[in-house]
Design a protein around this ligand. Structure first.
Ligand code: SF4
Ligand code: SF4
Length: 134
């Protein structure tokens, strides 16, 4: 028999994500529409609906290790088609925030060479720093 009871740690994790994202995670009923239209699904190790399922199950370690939350481009395509009005892009952001708040950064700006700064589109640089650094 599979035990799907949520212990307090898992409940706390779900509550934290709901607070950070402003989304009612438990409303998701796994229709899969978010994943079906995601333009970056091929590059993700968990599909968007799987990310939500992991959060519903309180699988914090597993979901925080997936690359999906960093690959998501916040294009909002999934959020528009969700029949339960869940803004998945905000959920992804909340998961990234949990990691960045521990000062674990995904981009080291000190490793960008000076000559590369001149080549990089400034808007992409600023967007990347907002997404990948704390
Ligand atoms: S579209 Fe909405 S309800 Fe359907 S799986 Fe995605 S988040 Fe859940
Ligand atoms: S917001 Fe992220 S998860 Fe949603 S469709 Fe766009 S890239 Fe995919």
């Amino acid at each position: 028999m599979v035990d799907i009871t949520l212990d307090q740690d898992k409940k706390d994790f779900i509550a934290e994500i709901e607070k950070l994202s402003g989304q009612k995670i438990m409303r998701c009923y796994q229709c899969g529409r978010c994943s079906a239209g995601c333009p970056l699904a091929d590059y993700m190790d968990l599909l968007p609906n799987q990310v939500i399922k992991y959060v519903q199950l309180g699988l914090d370690k597993e979901v925080l290790e997936c690359n999906t939350i960093w690959v998501c481009a916040a294009c909002y395509r999934c959020s528009v088609v969700c029949p339960k009005d869940i803004d998945i892009a905000r959920l992804m952001e909340a998961l990234r925030l949990l990691i960045l708040r521990d000062d674990i950064e995904k981009m080291d700006i000190n490793k960008i060479k000076k000559e590369e700064y001149a080549e990089l589109p400034q808007i992409a640089l600023v967007a990347s720093m907002r997404k990948y650094t704390s």
